[in-house]
Write a protein that binds this ligand. Sequence first.
Ligand code: 13P
Ligand code: SF4
Length: 329
Amino acid sequence: MEFTSEVKKATEPIYQKISKILPEIEWSTHAPYIHKINKLKKEKNAIILAHNYQTPEIYHGIADVAADSLALAIEASKTKADLIIMCGVHFMAETAKLMNPQKKVLLPDMSAGCSLSSSITGKDVKLLKEKYPGVPVVSYVNTSADVKAETDICCTSANAVKIVNSLEVKKVIFLPDDYLAKYVASQTDVEIISWKGTCIVHEQFNEKEIKEIRKNNPGIKIIAHPECPPDVISASDFAGSTTGMIRYVEKNQPEKVMMVTECSMSDNVQIENPNVKFVKPCNLCPHMKKITLPKILNCLENETNEIIMSNEIIEKARLSVERMTAIGR
Ligand code: 13P
Ligand code: SF4
């Protein structure tokens, strides 16, 4: 696609915003896609929902809403658009479909998965329920619709503790993230039965690295996602969902910060917080990075990669997400 003068003019305000982190040479390849996608989404009454881990050209260039998984689920339930394009991973697109089953939900790359989601199946949850009869199941939203269909209530990293406490029980099955389960256990008196899933991005961080960064950057604020190992969270100043971390930076405006999470997020947040210096990790989520502008355009043009589920699964799984959104953040 060509970087014509029309494209240059139409996309200039976006480039002004992201030029700080994106070289001009790269912009000339992104801009024609951004221009075409933005035109087409209006014509088709489509909404583009993007997770905070998407690359800056997606996050700042074409997203109508860029947010954490809780806000994306809520937005999906409220939208008046005819078509939802999820720039994120498969479980996020499934969740959007559950929240709005009559809408067409498209995922630009169907192989964009998640190590947590693929660590457990609906059958595994059935077996856990047999082993622990009567114990409620709380599932992280990073799970398939089959798992959600066997779940009492979902949660995200933004509300996991609140959701567990809301059940007013002594014991819960909390799955599939073992580290998030440990984080929740540290914040509540409820006994947690966990599953051995991990996020391939967050499990790579370690306490030694965090301590070294703190030593080499006096005064730095270190903020971590609760999918990190417990010693990483203990060595950090704050733990929260991706949006929780963004709000921390916006509110506190630290001189220097490290966001212990997927690294595109630091690029995205840096643009809106020019006075904050970012020490950037280089852990990328290979699934999130499968979403690219050419794939988004193809999906929007041809309406391919539609999320299809049976009505039975939609009905069962939706209940667990709706119970969560009723409680909120
Ligand atoms: P958030 O819900 O915090 O956006 O996290 C989703 C995710 O996949 C983190 O790895
Ligand atoms: Fe899944 Fe981790 Fe990627 Fe988030 S960052 S989508 S939890 S693999």
